[in-house]
Design a protein around this ligand. Structure first.
Ligand code: GLA
Ligand code: ZN
Length: 677
């Protein structure tokens, strides 16, 4: 694979069209016309590759790969383990997943296998090795796309045994398990390993340590399955490169751990653009957070593995992308570090679940409709931006996003079982920083913080002692830290820290938590500024933490309820640095002002002067992307950025390098060619 290359492509499922050689031939011509240079191939093609057990039929795929290669299209070859053939489910029931209620699923749907099942693993291994032997050294195969959107959990007897094995390895003795989980509560002590079962609606749900360990195990076992898949291929193709597609706000798997086993991170992005009441610039920030997360987990360019060129078909309302949005959203991914923009899917399926999902080539098969023409425009734009590929992003601020913390917090049975909104909390800090033009990375409790000047730790409920030490060292050496309410509450097995909290951070923050009040949805508490550093007023919501000061300077305070007068925002020096504390969740606008103020002088923002509403600046190595997420032209200095337009500039001199936009009128430009035969 060429590291210095921007890829443009799509999921290609020719197995759905093998009976139509004319369509397969037309695909090649259309791909050229759409400036496609890569496809992910055969993601659900298992029954076509192995129609009956052990009968491998790879010739059709060989032909497809050769044809693509001859037409300048490279291949990310998929392992089709995301959906299993009916014969496999019929012959070997153990491959079918058992749900938490202990009912085994029937055949159907996808991504619902037992990742422990030796038979499933063996069948996947045999097929992967067939693919590796036949195609592993093909010059057109540049990447292996392992399975599809891993997720979910299996509670079958095989998984129960594996869970117990994992626990034995972690804890060695049952005494250690019982202590870690505080099993004495309700007298749930375990006296035999066989008594331990995964959480169930009709079984154990009270031991938070068990629930947390189960989620760790599920993530571990899924990753183990992924590694099993890659190992099968690597044995035959040592130089093979691997990825697997990740999902928006997906809770089930620790993506930081996955990233270590992947050569390239990638994700599937389906934002709800054009939602009434949500300006596109807001949707853009929500998407940008995920792009930056994908960049962060490997600290290098990622792939946008799936996006729709027009519409999805699974959202409550699946709107089409308006003219120009496909180009804008594709270049947004590139601005945030993507080296590839791919679509789901190349050719629209004729029947079944996704027959109305957008695709580059629709049921009409034409190349003169808006979707196809806009896709080709993205292809041309990517060709003109090749120099950006491979480039890195500056290291400035980091937000702690830790999956184990999230798992523990959500199971905790605490002040707000109605929902804590961890992603929403992260998003507010992210938006505040992004609006201030600061580049944001995400880190977890295993990360090294060297190189960052600002670290934000929102709702760090599960705080490991070693990470608390990392945070302390970071501040002591001059870093700026922001800690929020509901931090430093429990240890790594969800046992409450004893003594003053936030555990291990009270001297750093110059305060201790005394109480935490939960608010109903829509309920708020007014806060007012103390001094002139913060906005004059703000509103707290969700959780209001009450703290006793021990050296910190209050910058804002609560203005109502029995905690009126107690601190809502504080600052405290520690070593060469300082730590801020936010006692509640403020409204969105607070974070913009807060981060503007505390970041002044810390780093150069991506753009030196305030930008018009809806225009975002993003920095990638020597480039600045200015993107207009509004339907009106935007003026930035001497530049006019068209609606949904992107302006690329040289970072130091602000010299304009190119402008990419797609006006509705452009939709007709390419139209003359019509259907390509
Ligand atoms: C997911 C899947 C694809 C397809 C798309 C539709 O991302 O990976 O196979 O179903 O959704 O949006
Ligand atoms: Zn199982």
């Amino acid at each position: 694979m060429t590291e210095q290359m921007l890829y443009h492509g799509a999921d290609y499922n020719p197995d759905q069209w093998l009976g139509h050689p004319d369509i397969l031939a037309r695909d090649l011509a259309l791909m050229r016309q759409a400036h496609i240079n890569v496809v992910t191939l055969g993601i659900f093609a298992w029954p076509t590759l192995e129609p009956t057990e052990g009968d491998y039929q790879l010739d059709w795929m060989a032909q497809v790969i050769d044809n693509l290669y001859q037409n300048g299209v490279q291949v990310a070859l998929c392992t089709p383990s995301g959906a299993r053939p009916a014969w496999l489910a019929q012959a070997y029931p153990e491959v079918r997943r058992v749900d938490a209620n202990r009912v085994r699923q029937l055949f159907g749907m996808r991504q619902n296998h037992c990742y422990t099942s030796p038979i499933y693993r063996q069948k996947v291994r045999l097929l992967n090795q067939q693919l590796a032997r036949r195609f592993g050294s093909h010059p057109g195969v540049i990447l292996w796309h392992i399975s599809n959107e891993f997720g979910g959990e299996c509670h079958c007897p095989l998984c129960q045994a594996a869970f117990r094995g994992w626990l034995r390895q972690k804890y060695t003795t049952l005494d250690a398990v019982n202590a870690a989980w505080n099993s004495k509560f309700w007298g749930h002590d375990y006296t035999d390993w066989e008594q331990i079962e995964s959480p169930a609606p009709h079984g154990e749900n009270a031991l938070h340590g068990l629930k947390l360990d189960w989620r760790r195990f599920v993530s571990h076992q899924t990753l183990d399955f992924y590694k099993w898949e890659t190992a099968a291929i690597r044995e035959i193709v040592p130089q093979a490169k691997f990825t697997t597609n990740m999902m928006y706000h997906f809770d089930g798997l620790d993506y930081f751990k996955f990233a270590k086993e992947m050569d390239i991170a990638c994700w599937d992005s389906y934002p709800t653009w054009h939602k009434p009441g949500e300006p596109e610039a807001e949707t853009a920030l929500d998407t940008a957070l995920m792009h930056d997360l994908m960049y962060s987990i490997k600290h290098k360019p990622f792939w946008l593995m799936e996006s729709t060129p027009s519409t999805t078909n699974w959202q409550p309302i699946s709107k089409v992308k308006k003219p120009g949005m496909q180009l804008l959203s594709s270049l947004q991914a590139v601005a945030h570090g993507a080296d590839a923009v791919l679509y789901f899917q190349w050719r629209q399926s004729r029947g079944a679940f996704e027959k109305f999902h957008g695709a580059v080539v629709g049921h009409d098969g034409r190349a003169d409709n808006r979707v196809f023409v806009e896709t080709a425009a993205v292809g041309r734009a990517l060709e003109s931006l090749q120099a950006v590929s491979g480039s890195k992003k500056p290291q400035q601020a980091a937000i702690v996003l830790d999956w184990e913390n999230k798992w523990a917090m959500e199971e905790a049975q605490g002040p707000r079982n109605a929902g804590l909104g961890y992603w929403q909390e992260l998003q507010r800090h992210y938006n505040g920083l992004a609006r201030a033009g600061i580049t944001v990375d995400f880190v977890n409790e295993d990360s090294d913080l060297a190189g960052y000047k600002l670290v934000v730790a929102p709702m760090l409920y599960l705080l490991r002692e070693d990470f608390a030490a990392t945070l302390r060292a970071f501040v002591a050496q001059g870093g700026t830290l922001v800690v929020t309410y509901w931090s430093g509450v429990v240890n790594e097995t969800d046992l409450c820290w004893l003594g003053d909290t936030p555990h291990h951070l009270t001297d750093l923050l110059g305060l201790r938590r005394t109480e935490i009040d939960a608010l109903y949805d829509g309920e708020t508490r007014r806060c007012t500024a103390v001094g002139a550093e913060m906005p004059p007023a703000a509103t707290g919501s969700i959780l209001c933490e009450v703290a006793a000061l021990a050296g910190a300077t209050p910058l804002m305070q609560y203005a109502e309820d029995f905690y009126k007068g107690s601190p809502a925002v504080t600052r405290h020096p520690f070593g060469a640095g300082k730590a801020y504390y936010l006692a509640t969740r403020f409204e969105e606008g607070f974070y913009t002002t807060f981060y503007e103020k505390i970041c002044a002088g810390l780093f150069p923002p991506a753009w030196p002067t305030p930008l018009p509403q809806g225009v975002h600046a993003t920095r990638r190595a020597g480039y600045i992307f200015l993107q207009n997420f509004t339907t009106q032209p935007a003026t930035v200095g001497a530049l006019t950025i068209p609606p949904y337009g992107t302006q690329l500039l040289e970072a130091e001199t602000h010299t304009s390098l190119c402008q990419c936009s797609f006006a509705p009128a452009d939709a007709g430009v390419q139209g003359a060619s019509g259907q390509v035969n």
